[in-house]
Design a protein around this ligand. Sequence first.
Ligand SMILES: *[C@@H]1O[C@H](CO)[C@@H](O)[C@H](O)[C@H]1NC(C)=O
Ligand SMILES: *[C@@H]1O[C@H](CO)[C@@H](O)[C@H](O)[C@H]1NC(C)=O
Ligand SMILES: *[C@@H]1O[C@H](CO)[C@@H](O)[C@H](O)[C@H]1NC(C)=O
Ligand SMILES: *[C@@H]1O[C@H](CO)[C@@H](O)[C@H](O)[C@H]1NC(C)=O
Ligand SMILES: *[C@@H]1O[C@H](CO)[C@@H](O)[C@H](O)[C@H]1NC(C)=O
Ligand SMILES: *[C@@H]1O[C@H](CO)[C@@H](O)[C@H](O)[C@H]1NC(C)=O
Ligand SMILES: *[C@@H]1O[C@H](CO)[C@@H](O)[C@H](O)[C@H]1NC(C)=O
Ligand SMILES: *[C@@H]1O[C@H](CO)[C@@H](O)[C@H](O)[C@H]1NC(C)=O
Ligand SMILES: *[C@@H]1O[C@H](CO)[C@@H](O)[C@H](O)[C@H]1NC(C)=O
Ligand SMILES: *[C@@H]1O[C@H](CO)[C@@H](O)[C@H](O)[C@H]1NC(C)=O
Ligand SMILES: *[C@@H]1O[C@H](CO)[C@@H](O)[C@H](O)[C@H]1NC(C)=O
Ligand SMILES: *[C@@H]1O[C@H](CO)[C@@H](O)[C@H](O)[C@H]1NC(C)=O
Length: 733
Amino acid sequence: MEINWVSVVCPWKAFQLHVLPLLLLLVLLRCSSPCQCVVDLDPDDKALLLAFKSRVQDPSQSLSSWVGTNCTSWSGLTCENQTGRVVSINLTNMNLSGKVLPKLCKLSFLEDMNLSRNNFTCPIPLCFGNLVSLKAIDLSHNRFLGVVPDTLMRLRNLKELVLNGNRDLRGLVPGWLGNFSTNLEKLDLASNSFCGEIPESLLYLKPLKYLDLGNNNLSGNLRDFGQSLLVLNLGSNQFSGTLPCLSASAQSLNILNMANNSIVGGIPTCVASLQALTHLNLSFNHLKYAISPRLVFSENLLVLDLSNNDLLGPLPHKIAETTDKSGLVLLDLSHNQFSGEIPLRITELKSLQALFLSHNLLTGEIPARIGNLTYLQVIDLSHNLLSGSIPLNIVGCYQLLSLMLNNNHLSGEIHPELDALDSLKILDLSNNMISGEIPLTLAGCKSLEFVDFSSNNLSGTLNDAITKWSNIRFLSLAQNKFNGNVPNWLFTFEEIQTVDLSGNKFSGLIADGNFNISVKFNKRDIGRMSREPFVAMPNVHVRVSMVVTGSSESSFDYHLSSTVGIDLSNNLLHGEIPQGLFALQGLEYLNLSHNFLDGHVPGLEKMSGLKALDLSHNSLSGQVPGNVSSLKDLTLLNLSYNSFSGFVPKKQGYWRFPGAFAGNPDLCVETSSGRCETESIPMVPGKSFHDGVVEGPISVWVFCLSFFVSFYFGIVALFCSARTRNYILHMKV
Ligand SMILES: *[C@@H]1O[C@H](CO)[C@@H](O)[C@H](O)[C@H]1NC(C)=O
Ligand SMILES: *[C@@H]1O[C@H](CO)[C@@H](O)[C@H](O)[C@H]1NC(C)=O
Ligand SMILES: *[C@@H]1O[C@H](CO)[C@@H](O)[C@H](O)[C@H]1NC(C)=O
Ligand SMILES: *[C@@H]1O[C@H](CO)[C@@H](O)[C@H](O)[C@H]1NC(C)=O
Ligand SMILES: *[C@@H]1O[C@H](CO)[C@@H](O)[C@H](O)[C@H]1NC(C)=O
Ligand SMILES: *[C@@H]1O[C@H](CO)[C@@H](O)[C@H](O)[C@H]1NC(C)=O
Ligand SMILES: *[C@@H]1O[C@H](CO)[C@@H](O)[C@H](O)[C@H]1NC(C)=O
Ligand SMILES: *[C@@H]1O[C@H](CO)[C@@H](O)[C@H](O)[C@H]1NC(C)=O
Ligand SMILES: *[C@@H]1O[C@H](CO)[C@@H](O)[C@H](O)[C@H]1NC(C)=O
Ligand SMILES: *[C@@H]1O[C@H](CO)[C@@H](O)[C@H](O)[C@H]1NC(C)=O
Ligand SMILES: *[C@@H]1O[C@H](CO)[C@@H](O)[C@H](O)[C@H]1NC(C)=O
Ligand SMILES: *[C@@H]1O[C@H](CO)[C@@H](O)[C@H](O)[C@H]1NC(C)=O
């Protein structure tokens, strides 16, 4: 009966349509007959399963269907259709936790056990070795702990052993894994805490196709594998030695990951004879020497990551074959010491979606033909010695999401035609010598989220193009020659978290615009504080990542870490500071120093997220801004060289920031003895900020700051004379 069912259904297409009614009739007849459509669960197995269930925590009620005797209705179970014995148990991702009872080991007909993605916390039960029919066992992504029990070597029929993602699974990789089963095809021990070497027996285990030992603490010299593997992941361990040729896998190996080890020597050309290879990751090792021109991978290779090594010499002219249908999708040669020009032939890699060549010593111009690579989504050529201008043809890469050309010697102007890049999210041109204005047409780059034009030779006023970047999160135009007013729309982007206009020639008033719109400025994100250390303003970090999933599908992502802050320092701004700025609860950083701002500063109490405030070197007057005792995160405060006056009692909390008031001659600060100390001359000017500072990137900032402080201390005498002051101010303009 059962066999009929199968043979009727399978050759479905062979039947003509007129057979269909007959077929349906057959099916109906079969199912209405009192045969074993369903088999009752074996009562012994049922009792074992209920005992198991009674001891696991099941907050999501995943096992609530485990009632009655109908095996098909018990979730995760498959029973043998004649005997009702449990042959497969699949409890993956059911939010179960607690211990796995040894009772489970009496399900003696079990062939598949999948407990993955739960929260079981116990050693792997020794008695699993009794389940001699098991073909696959998957305990991945739980919290199993201890060692792999030797009893498992009795599982002679095992094809798959998957134990990855149990951080407390430790000890040596047992030697018997190489010869206990003659069927073992898949061994996944990744992301555990195994140490020691790869047992020799594994190198000769013939049926093995899939070996993942990545992300453990394994060591030893790399050896060659004797079987034909499909997947080999040894990444993120401490393997040393040189790269083996893996010639036994020349026709089979798809994925080879040896990244993040201590592999030395050159890249042997024999790895290019791995004909089936689609993913090769050798990044984060100590590979060195030039790449041989004979190292040319097949057109099957999709991902090549050789980044973060000590490779040198010219970039390879041809690294992989290409055909119309396939070729490299991702090429990462960044963080090496490649020199010379970017070879033109790189523009023949037509399928390329991501090109990372940053942090090398590349010279010459960006090849114009890069615009032929119309699938490119990411170009990162940053931190090289490239010169010339940004080629106009780059607009051919119309699908670009990220263009990073920062830290080079690029000159020329920004082409108005770049507006064709309307998907662009990240545009980093900082630290070059680019001049001219921001073209109005860049309004067309509507998707921009991250724009860094800092440290160039850009000039002109801020035009309305920027107002169209409605998704902008980070905007830096610092250290250029921009002038004109700070427009009042500047702070009105919903997603904005960093605005840096420092070191320009912006003048006029800071418009009292609408500061209420930015979510980041206004809402204090408590989670953020613990997640990320405070990054001082210039230390923005954006990390682009691209994952190739299918044969040509990829997914783009980027992580931005930057301070929630506003920096308008070192400009020519006049007038009062708008009150609205002092109501921003989310703001971590505010720097308005080195301007000509005057007027009073209201209390800072509302700025509960504040970590650094610098209003120094202005002409601010009146009382100091209220009580700062409640601002627990404030680590850096500088109100020096203004004209604050009055008396600062100890209880206002400023004692945490010695020196913060230097150069305010009319100010009295209460000392521990209760006396009043005038702040005309700072006691130890350079030292003043070190006390409040912990560590990390901020210390660089503090260094610069203290440098400025001592520098100004040096010329404070000069400033006393009105003539010199005018002279110096004139120079600054
Ligand atoms: C998993 O269980 C926890 C309690 O242990 C519960 O808070 C959570 O919502 C559950 N998750 C799912 C997806 O059911
Ligand atoms: C057993 O359960 C399955 C699925 O829940 C259902 O289709 C079937 O009718 C049930 N059989 C009996 C005899 O209750
Ligand atoms: C019942 O089991 C037999 C042997 O295990 C198998 O060949 C057959 O396909 C099964 N029938 C169903 C309906 O699962
Ligand atoms: C195991 O269960 C999960 C979740 O219920 C399901 O997605 C998956 O397809 C099952 N796997 C097998 C091999 O039956
Ligand atoms: C696993 O359980 C531990 C406590 O036993 C709990 O802290 C943790 O959040 C749980 N993890 C998941 C993914 O449910
Ligand atoms: C266990 O189940 C998960 C989810 O269905 C699946 O991805 C995994 O391949 C299964 N493990 C085995 C060994 O079949
Ligand atoms: C596996 O090999 C070891 C020695 O290398 C041997 O002692 C053991 O008997 C072998 N086990 C099996 C199941 O062949
Ligand atoms: C990794 O192994 C080395 C010895 O090989 C040991 O010193 C180190 O503590 C281990 N690290 C971890 C995280 O277990
Ligand atoms: C490299 O491996 C170490 C552990 O061995 C891990 O902590 C680190 O995150 C890995 N680095 C990368 C870039 O994957
Ligand atoms: C290569 O491995 C490194 C280290 O684990 C990882 O950070 C990187 O994302 C991998 N490269 C690719 C293209 O997946
Ligand atoms: C590549 O670019 C060059 C110059 O930009 C152009 O002449 C050539 O036709 C392009 N080739 C293809 C295949 O698009
Ligand atoms: C900066 O731009 C100006 C024109 O705006 C030009 O005269 C000057 O030479 C440029 N400086 C550098 C270093 O490129």
